[in-house]
Design a protein around this ligand. Sequence first.
Ligand SMILES: Cc1cc2nc3c(=O)[nH]c(=O)nc-3n(C[C@H](O)[C@H](O)[C@H](O)COP(=O)(O)O)c2cc1C
Length: 203
Amino acid sequence: MDPNMCFLDIAQSRYTTKKYNSTKKIDNNIIEQLKEIIRLSPSSINSQPWKFTFVENEKVKNQLSEFSHYNSSKVKDASHVVVFSVFKDAEAFENMRLSQLSEGTSAYYNRVLKPKGDDHIMNWLTSQVYLSLGFFLSATASLGIDSTPMEGIEQSGYDTVLQDEGYKTLFAVAIGYRDDEDINQPNSTPKFRLEQDLVIRSI
Ligand SMILES: Cc1cc2nc3c(=O)[nH]c(=O)nc-3n(C[C@H](O)[C@H](O)[C@H](O)COP(=O)(O)O)c2cc1C
């Protein structure tokens, strides 16, 4: 990363890549950095209710592309696809994760969250994984990697391909290098955001 690049520059220049250069692969040392960064994502009461599957294998990427609707070519052409999953239900979270967390965390979970019921718990677990998405998109951009967050996938199809007991797919992120012709680059498609006065309040 250019040492003079500040976070504002990253926010202004990162964008959702729509077309990848299928011949350019991300170096393994960058992939290893991204794995470590995503592992360090923050979460409420440090619950870490996630699994991040880094897919590089072309055969598996092709299988996932079949369940990727209009995102299919991004999944095929990107260097890697990272699938973000959450525990499939509250019981899986309790059985597989709770004992690995601190006593305070488990106590808080049992006292405050558990009584709110399974739907509330699943929403809460899912929110933590979405938070890690924001972290990941910023991290990729800071490393000069292009990315595409993708909710437009068939999650159950991804689950069938990945076969990860206890987890279910929420969304995926294609990562790699843009095709020069990608029309979504900010110089051809300027970034659209609402003005500050509509979304920021200072008191
Ligand atoms: C959770 C989430 C899901 C998204 N799903 C898709 C998707 O399936 N396919 C796609 O091309 N873009 C997808 N996007 C990209 C958004 O459309 C994009 O972030 C938004 O239009 C802002 O544009 P920018 O990222 O280029 O600044 C998704 C973004 C987020 C945050």
